[in-house]
Design a protein around this ligand. Structure first.
Ligand code: COA
Ligand code: AMP
Length: 629
């Protein structure tokens, strides 16, 4: 089947197309109707079906000959350990934890926050929730207690499942103080916290806590609980323009159908093969491609606890691919840039037999041509950029290599996938001509698996995505489409920045900086960074009369962002200026600052960590009259 035929097949009968794809899923009650129009541009898929995600990701494979196949490989260069879990073992572990959650009073529909590092138990926790129809919300370990507290208050979890610690190179991240601090800060209090003790840093338990293993003793393993097709499988918070994160809701049935489709058609793997996404369970890539999609499809997935470089060297990725016979590998461009910087000639790669690898898939941020070409050269396999978002949960535009490998045009994530009618619009919501820049929007309805709304925030959902271009979903990205239908993603149209493949809100950082007593006004902009894609830089206007050393204030601001948002914000640079470049109506000209920082004249240094760049930004602002000293 050609891509074009598949895409046209979808377009001519979207509901029939997705009902056909739904046949690959085990239903308790199959969907009779595909699409439900709820009015006001809200849609749901397969709402009349009954299904269980855990059954599809685990039990059915045990029943159908994959009991002894490895489901999860845990490979942790940080601890120097590896372990393998078969589908049969996974079923036992998940059913047991799910039974313990039931015994602790967690029922179908209750929310459970999961705050775990890259250990296989993180997947066990997600699947245990899915088994009993509890709605999990995984929070990334690099966020501070305050961010965790915001999520606790928004989704009001009955339980929290956490580990005692995470491990960053050379640093133990003690989760328990962060967890306790967050619960202290939050208005809502969970009934129970299930704590997985890790040998590297066990913690003390309080009255609210139960031990992961102890709470499972003598408890009856839980069976899969069927839920309605539109039951939320999970909530995943992501950054928007303001400081309050958006709770993206993932609907159960559509998620199963869509993710299953992607494994062969995009990622080219057959059941039984090893698939690896080097990301983190805290991000959407981790949800979809470390946990759910590979397991739903009967693949072996890898939970990797390490970094592309330094754990122990720039050959780690290639070692994992060779050792576990990975067929398709998915990571963020920033990770490849980190490897390239450390080992530009690809000498580490020469040490490993990568003949089993079919392709490298990149997403999460713009893939720059240098990185793609370098990876193609050293790996000798196609490198496929693909574009998607937390909101969609799977590829909007990609190269459907398992269906038909389309020619790669470097700089483009290729073409729209079935389900997505992507249009480039001008301000009046009219499609622009091929090759012209505009806002990227998707004609409603979005396909199965994409967000039907935001958690407890229908109005915010409408306002954020549905109002600018009536009848369309606004992606927040700008770009263009060429004559062949290839998309080019150029920039965000909002205040979201992308740092090392992590989506962050400059608005959230500004709120934290504005809370500093000496800061009268501030702006945070993302400037180009050779390693991380973008890096946040703060511009601070001080309150009249403040004459403390600027270095001191900057250091306090950096600490505030780290303490209140977390190390993941990677906020390390700020500069004091006299005033901010603004329009007449008072809107900060972020674009101007970014342009100054990124301009050729500055011959961008290797990374934003170079202090020279800050001086240059300041000098440039002085030249145009915004900063004096
Ligand atoms: N728990 C606690 N802290 C974390 C963390 C976690 N799970 N993940 C990152 N951090 C910390 C880092 O230790 C770092 O702290 P530091 O300021 O004390 O050094 C800080 O957050 C910033 O992290 P990051 O921006 O990731 O920078 P880095 O220098 O640690 O690593 C890369 C840079 C490129 C190697 C790394 O970002 C990477 O491997 N990215 C892969 C991309 C990826 O996973 N993308 C997800 C979407 S696909
Ligand atoms: P997230 O929700 O964290 O996955 O971030 C989604 C955003 O990351 C998108 O809206 C884009 O701005 C950016 N992004 C993701 N993939 C790509 C890509 N392949 N090319 C360019 N930008 C991308």
């Amino acid at each position: 089947m050609s891509y074009r035929a598949e895409y046209e097949g979808w377009k001519s009968d979207p509901e029939g197309y997705w009902l056909k794809q739904a046949q690959a899923i085990d239903w308790v009650e199959p969907p009779a109707t595909a699409l439900f129009d709820r009015g006001n541009d809200f849609y749901e898929w397969f709402a009349d079906a009954r299904v269980n995600t855990c059954w599809n990701a685990v039990d059915r494979h045990v029943e159908r000959g994959r009991a002894d196949q490895v489901a999860i490989i845990h490979d942790s260069p940080i601890t120097g350990t590896q372990s393998k879990t078969t589908y049969a073992e996974l079923k036992g572990q998940v059913a047991s934890l799910a039974g313990a959650l039931l015994a602790q009073g967690v029922a179908t529909g209750d929310r459970v926050i999961i705050y775990m590092p890259m250990v296989s138990e993180a997947l066990v926790a997600m699947l245990a929730c899915a088994r009993i129809g509890a709605v999990h919300s995984v929070v990334f370990g690099g966020f501070a207690a305050n961010e965790l507290a915001v999520r606790i208050d928004d989704c009001t979890p009955k339980a929290i499942i956490a580990a005692s610690c995470g491990l960053e190179p050379g640093r133990v991240v003690a989760y328990k103080p962060l967890l306790d601090g967050a619960i202290e800060m939050a208005d809502h209090k969970p009934d129970v916290c299930v704590i997985l003790q890790r040998d590297q840093h066990p913690c003390d338990l309080t009255d609210r806590d139960v031990d992961w293993h102890a709470c499972q003793e003598g408890v009856k393993p839980a069976e899969c609980v069927p839920v309605a097709g539109n039951h939320p499988a999970y909530i995943l918070y992501t950054s928007g323009t303001t400081g309050a994160p958006k709770g993206v809701v993932r609907p159960t049935a559509g998620h199963l159908v869509a993710l299953n489709w992607t494994m062969k058609n995009i990622y080219q793997v057959d059941p039984g093969e090893v698939f690896w996404a080097a990301s983190d369970v805290g991000w959407v890539v981790g949800h979809s491609y470390i946990c759910y999609a590979p397991l739903i499809h009967g693949n072996t997935t890898i939970v990797f606890e390490g970094k592309p470089v330094g754990t122990p060297d720039a050959g780690t990725f290639w070692r994992v691919i060779a050792e576990h016979d990975v067929k398709s590998f998915f990571t963020a461009p920033t990770a490849i840039r980190a490897v390239k910087r450390e080992d530009p000639k690809g000498l580490e790669r020469q040490k490993y037999d990568l003949s089993g690898l079919r392709a490298l898939y990149l997403a999460g941020e713009r893939a720059d041509p240098d990185t793609i070409e370098w990876a193609q050269d050293i790996l000798g396999v196609p490198v496929y950029d693909h574009w998607w978002q937390t909101e969609t949960g799977f590829t909007i535009a990609g190269n459907p290599a398992g269906l038909e490998a389309l020619p790669v045009k470097i700089g483009s994530p290729t073409v729209a996938m079935p389900g997505f009618d992507v249009q480039i619009l001008d301000e009046a919501a009219h499609p622009v001509a091929a090759g012209e820049l505009g806002a990227i929007a998707i004609k409603l309805p979005l396909p199965p698996g994409t967000l039907p709304t935001l958690w407890n925030a229908d109005d915010r959902f409408r306002k954020s995505y549905l109002t600018t271009f009536p009848g369309y979903y606004e992606t927040g990205d700008a770009g263009m489409m060429d004559e062949d239908g290839y998309l080019y993603i150029m920039a965000r149209t909002d205040d979201v920045i992308n740092v090392a493949g992590h989506r962050l809100s400059t608005g959230a950082m500004e709120e934290v900086l504005a809370g500093h007593a000496d800061v009268a006004e501030c702006a945070v902009v993302g400037v180009t960074d050779a390693l991380k894609g973008q890096s946040p830089v703060g511009l601070l206007c001080l309150t009249n009369g403040v004459n403390r050393p600027h270095d001191e204030i900057v250091a306090e601001c950096v600490k505030r962002v780290r303490d209140q948002i977390g190390p993941v914000a990677a906020f390390k640079q700020a500069v004091v200026v006299d005033r901010l470049p603004k329009t007449r109506s008072g809107k900060i000209l972020r674009g101007t600052v970014v342009k100054i920082a990124d301009s050729e004249a500055f011959k961008m240094p290797a990374t934003i960590d170079d202090p020279a760049i800050l001086d240059e930004i300041k000098v440039a602002l002085q030249t145009i009259g915004y900063a004096k000293d």
